[in-house]
Design a protein around this ligand. Structure first.
Ligand code: TEU
Ligand code: CA
Length: 570
């Protein structure tokens, strides 16, 4: 039996503020823009909002480079706006979780300024190392290039697992931890409902900083799930969110179910749930990495998710159900068929997200099936990761052995050859402005948007979707309603049916006497499936293909491409 909790019953809608809605025509989404759309969120049925960073920041990495944790970034508004936003959400029975970014700060944070100067008490706030020449070790940054940058003022290298403007905090230092806990508590005491915790399992590094095995993200085995990560999280939990009715979701690179259970145990951080990336890495080729798109099949996805469903059952940990965030391509362009079956496949993905055991996460714009952007040139891209990977290749072209694809990314002509991969992977795909209407700039701004609006906004937009009863948006609405009053869909046990079908993923959810069966034809071809044990009179609760109840439900079922159905069998 699963224990009840509000954060299990609700779903989370992710707002990337820079791209959500611009209230003052400067082309940048802002907090007043979100306030203007609160009724929209309410109409959609949103329970919890995860707000990406809105803190004061130089914005080299979409606000994940924080200059001041206790101030609102001026392009987004001020603290009064933020207070009004929180109140507006709570008035509508919505909760708000904030992004907590404490593995690193901006290099413009005052702690780093003081640390650079070696000021008393701040000397050790970050990872500083001297060498007799050369880098302290061979670790690489997640955005390409070495994880170390030399600081001329201090005459030492500092560690950054991401951009060079994102130095890693030294959690070994109890003063650092104390400052972080004060800040976390300060936000909780303002009445927020929890945190999404950025790369939280990177906070403990092996203090010896040994070289890593070269390849992939070099150094990972020394900084991911490091030696003291559970101690730190235990402390953070006890000092801060453990004292509130808060929801916490930790972003945990390289987590497996065992690790997730440890993170969610009250003695090790007691997080509500974790984001893991096992399924998100399915289309990375281990040899080619980011630069080569690997093959994945519905069978692979089914195996990963089924294992997580089974292993977290009745445990301390709870699943997150997601297929994308602001860090990944648009879900319909990656897991669906945006070209031939956009509407159908977006509806199937929606059905998947809302019918498994775990909390569903939906990125802004996915509720209308927004797609990837047709990038043509490097200068259309703002994403620090994509730019970093490309730039690093430029800087380092001579000292590293490069794959052919990396080599051709070097120049704009080369870009034409890597275009397909960049178009597929680039994080800006998920960050283009929300398409509210078919107006110029999609109704996002009256000015010039900071990142181009997808040209397909003339067809794909919120206004059109709300008017069309057959839209992706209405399918989400139906699913949100369905799940919100169904203990069966929230708490029911997961059971895999027909485990070897090459296109169809079917599963049951059971709770006491109740049973639902979900059938997903995860392909652009039609499919036939039996063995679902639907019984004599299954009732079709939801279908992406508008069939009338009682019609065509004898097994085997004949499914159209991307058809998804939800049955109640008793
Ligand atoms: O992301 C960490 C992370 O997992 C990504 O860097 C991921 O490896 C990559 O995007 C895959 O393409 C978090 C934030 O969500 C991200 O936006 C930040 O850039 C990063 O941390 C640094 O704070
Ligand atoms: Ca604005």
């Amino acid at each position: 039996e699963e224990e009840r909790a509000w954060w299990k019953e609700g779903f989370v809608y992710q707002i990337y503020p820079r791209s959500f809605n611009d209230s003052n025509g400067d082309g940048i989404g802002d907090i007043r823009g979100i306030i203007q759309k609160l009724d929209y969120l309410d109409d959609l049925g949103v329970d919890v909002v995860w707000l990406n960073p809105v803190y004061d920041s130089p914005q080299v990495d979409g606000g994940y480079d924080i200059r001041d944790y206790r101030a609102i970034h001026d392009e987004y508004g001020c603290m009064d706006d933020w207070e009004e936003l929180l109140e507006g959400m709570h008035d509508r029975d919505m909760r708000l979780i904030m992004d907590l970014v404490v593995n690193h700060t901006s290099d413009e944070h005052e702690w780093f300024a003081k640390s650079k100067r070696g000021e008393d008490g701040y000397d050790d706030y970050y990872w500083w190392r001297s060498t007799g020449g050369g880098l302290p070790n061979n670790w690489t940054s997640s955005f390409g290039g070495p994880a170390w940058t030399y600081d001329v003022d201090r005459g030492q290298y500092y560690l950054h697992l991401f951009h060079s403007k994102q130095p890693d905090l030294n959690w070994e230092n109890p003063e650092v931890r104390g400052d972080v806990y004060d800040m976390v508590d300060w936000w909780l005491s303002k009445g927020i409902d929890g945190f999404r915790m950025d790369v939280i399992n990177l906070i403990s590094k092996n203090p010896e900083l040994p070289d890593g095995h070269p390849g992939g993200w070099t150094g990972m085995e020394h900084h991911t799930n490091g030696p003291r990560v559970h101690d730190y999280l235990d402390e953070l939990h006890d000092e801060t969110y453990g004292n509130y009715d808060a929801m916490t979701v930790g972003e945990c690179i390289d987590a497996d179910p065992e690790r997730a259970k440890r993170f969610c145990h009250p003695d090790n951080g007691g997080m509500s749930m974790v984001f893991h990336y096992e399924h998100m890495m399915l289309d990375f080729r281990s040899d080619g990495g980011w630069w080569e798109v690997g093959d994945w099949s519905v069978g692979d996805l089914r195996d990963v998710i089924s294992r997580w469903q089974r292993e977290l059952e009745d445990s301390e940990a709870w699943n997150t159900i997601f297929l994308g965030t602001h860090d990944w391509p648009r879900i319909v362009s990656r897991w669906g068929d945006a070209q031939h079956y956009r509407r159908e496949s977006a509806k199937l993905l929606a059905t998947f997200l809302f019918t498994l055991q775990g909390t569903p996460y939906l990125l802004q714009g996915d509720e209308i099936g927004m797609t990837n952007f047709p990038f043509e040139r490097i200068d259309q891209i703002r994403d620090a990761e994509t730019r970093g990977r490309i730039r690093f290749i430029l800087d380092d072209a001579r000292s590293r052995s490069l794959t052919e694809l990396e080599r051709v990314a070097l120049e704009d002509e080369g870009f034409q050859r890597v275009k397909d991969i960049v178009r597929y992977r680039c994080r800006d795909n998920a960050r283009t402005p929300v398409q509210w209407s078919d107006d110029a700039q999609a109704g996002f701004t009256d000015g010039e948007p900071w990142l181009a609006v997808n040209p397909n906004h003339t067809e794909i937009n919120v206004e059109a979707a709300r008017e069309d009863p057959d839209s992706v948006w209405h399918h989400y609405r139906d699913l949100i309603d369905l799940r919100s009053d169904s203990d069966l869909l929230v708490y029911g046990e997961y059971g895999l049916l027909v485990p070897h079908h090459d296109r169809v993923w079917a599963y049951e959810r059971t709770l006491g006497e109740q049973r639902a069966v979900v059938v997903l034809n995860w392909s652009s071809e039609s499919a036939t499936v039996g063995g679902l044990d639907l019984g004599p009179e299954p009732s079709l609760v939801l279908d992406t293909h508008d069939r009338t109840n009682g019609d065509g439900h004898a097994e085997p079922l004949e499914l159209d491409p991307w058809e998804a159905r939800v049955y109640r069998t008793q």
